[in-house]
Each structure stands twice: as C-alpha cells, then as structure tokens.
Design a protein around this ligand. Sequence first.
Ligand code: ADP
Length: 449
Amino acid sequence: MFDKILIANRGEIALRILRACKELGILTVAVHSTADADAMHVRLADESVCVGPPPSKDSYLNVPALLAACEITGADAVHPGYGFLSENARFAEILADHNLHFIGPKAEHIRLMGDKIEAKKTAKRLGIPVVPGSDGAVMPDQDAMAIAKAIGFPVLVKAAAGGGGRGMKVAHTEADLALALTTAANEAKSAFGDASVYLEKYLQKPRHIEIQVLGDGRGGAIHLGERDCSLQRRHQKVWEEGPSPVLDAASRAKIGETVAKAMREMKYLGVGTVEFLYEDGEFYFIEMNTRIQVEHPVTEMITGIDLVLEQIRIAAGGDLPMQQSEVAITGHSIECRVNAENPVSFRPSPGRIQQYHPPGGLGVRIDSAVYQGYVIPPYYDSLVGKLIVHGKTRVECLMRLRRALDEMVVDGIETTLPLFRALVREPAIIDGDYHIHWLEQYLAGQQPG
Ligand code: ADP
C-alpha cells in the first residue's frame, strides 16, 4: 500500500480522496493555488504545498510544481481526482518516469479513450454497441454529405478531441450540414487544438445511461450497475440517479456484462465509466471516462462500495473487492449538483457564503468542501457541493430529497437550489419520464416533449 498520497486537485473531490486516504491510514499531501490557501482540503491534509497562482494552468495543471511537491513531501503516489490532469496520459507517464504511482488506469488506455474516434472503434471491436456514424474522422477529400445521407438526418458533428460538450453541432437537414461542419471544426480547433470531426446519428430523445466498472488490470473486471444522467444543461449533468427509472434487472445485467467483458479483454485497471445513449431499448456507446466521476456517490450509495478507496487499493496492486455475483444493488439514490450560479440565468455567483446549513438525517449525504464564511473563488468550477440521497425505493428517495433540499441553507451567494426544489416536484421527474433534452426545454419554458 502507498505511504503518502499527493492529491492533485481541489474542492469536494480533494476532500473525498482525503477521506478515503484517512480510512486507509495513508498520509495526505494537499496542493493548492494561492487562491485556495484557506480551502478545506488544505486544512484537513497532513501536509500542504502551494503550487502556484490562481489560474489552473499555473497551479493545478503545473506538472513541474506537482513533481517538486512530491519530491519535497516524499509522496509515493498521486491521485488526480476528476478534471485537471485526471485524463492526461502524458502526466501518468511522467509520474512513472519519476517512480511515482498514478492512481488511475494505464496510460495507453487513457490515451485510447481520450481520442473519441479510437474509443469508438475500440468499443465496437470489443462488442459494445455504438451510435451509427462515419467510420472515423471525416477527411477533407471525403464527401461529408454522402456520409451524412447514408447515416440519415439529423446528424451530429462531433470533435474527435471533444469534451464538456464543446465542438458539437447538430445538422437537422442537408442545408445545415456545411455550417455545422465548419463551426464544429473551428470550435474544436480553438478548444482542443485539433479540428478533426466525425459524424453520428443524432438521437432525438435518448437517455444518458452510464455503466460504472472496476478492473484489476490483470483481466478481472466487474460492473456496478448504471447511473442515469439524462438531466443535463448544455451537455453538463445536473441531476444523476441510480438505478435508471427505465431499466429492468435483465437489461442491466445484459449491458453490464457486455461492458465488464470488454474491460476484462482490455485488462482495464481501476475505476471507469462507459457512457451510453439509450433509446427505444437500445444502447449506443458515446465515450468512456477513465477516472472517478463527479456522480460516483450514486453508485456508492446503492452498492455500499467505496469507489475511491477501492481505486486506491487497486492502484496499489490489490484485488477487486468482490465478484460480480456478490454485487448487490440496494434501493435508489439521487445526486443534485448544487452550483454557485443564478438558478435562472446560470450566471456564476462566486463570493462569500454567509450562512451554511447542510441537511442531515438518514440517507442524506453531502460531498462538499465549503463552510460558513468560505469565499468561492471565481477561477474554478462553480460546484458548491453535491447533495446525495438514498432511499429504499425511488419514491422514498424523492420524498427524502424534497425535505433535504428544503432544509439546506446556502446564503450570501446565488445557488441552483431553487431549481432542484422545483424539479423534485415536477410530475415528469417524479415519474422518471425525461430524456437528455428535457431540462433545456423545461428551462426555456416549453412543455418538454
Ligand atoms: P463530451 O465528451 O463533450 O461530454 P459526449 O460524447 O459525452 O461528449 O456527449 C455529451 C452529451 O452530448 C451526451 O450526454 C448527450 O447529451 C449529447 N450527445 C452526444 N452524442 C449524441 C448523439 N449521437 N445524439 C444525441 N445527443 C448526443
């Protein structure tokens, strides 16, 4: 096992990792920018190192400073959390070159899945169903219109290097295609430095359903059921739940086993999430995330497995915590991402939290790094915290979520709490009857179709 882990992240996920380390008896090193000197993860860690000024590129993404911090503190492993360097294969290799462990998958798998076109090819080869689309990137000498017609309109133009929903444009008709291709390519070029795009069938009302996996890197892998993340705004997840309101045990077992088998074949190491769109009973692979995800607590609540703790154990050469037949899904869980944003305009609302009262009671969990008097800096994401609720059934979970949301107080800044208080009372949400465009239609004041 590791002796000392450096946590190359901030906010709630840094705290989440720190908690797992404490339970395992591993010493922790927090790193922080000058803007985060008062952050909770810094206060709770055994040691802390300032790695640079506020902008992420100068601090949390500053590889030489992170290596120096490992050297100074004698850390033997680095946990990247999510975002920042978590899906940077080069960073994993650099750590290895310095005899440091990267708590994450093998660099080759990070690289493979980071390229969406290669990821899709790999998924297909491993027997995972994919969205119908172009065979790889659309080359300048290719007739994009012919490819699009063969797929059938509407089509989605997607950036090969995409992430966070950027570099994605829908062409509803033939007339839209040329513009969608140039805008997506330009956006991809400026956001990722790579203009290559590919085409996919645009699914009209799919759900986003993702499968959580855990692999030992030696050909053993299990799946831990699914999370339904269909409630999204601008391709960003807002509300996640598990199990999905639309899957039964047989379809869960079938897709879960397909994914687990693929992971065994790849000899995948650590935690990962295989994301699908789901429409008319069919799954379509969209991407794989080779890291811990924001919404991982949903799975923890319904399986009782501490994913971050297992991730660390497995990175240190440990075995899978159980066999597939021992994985049991119990009850229902919902996570709300409470952001420091205006609940109507979604304008960021950084600043000082004057009053903070997190909800409590049976089945209520808060993953957050804020406290009363804490100032949310303007430089990073606007997550205040995640409210995660568990109940024996979905109905009980919704009842509990309603009262937990009513109990929660975050004053001094604007938050998205009012949005969740409204959502949890919406008939379509209560019925579990929503798709990936539902929330945007609802926010636009339309009757979601
Ligand atoms: P990113 O890496 O940018 O997040 P993804 O491929 O994961 O991109 O897609 C993000 C979101 O975009 C999905 O959750 C879904 O809402 C939408 N999306 C992606 N592909 C399609 C598609 N073929 N049809 C309809 N919506 C899609």
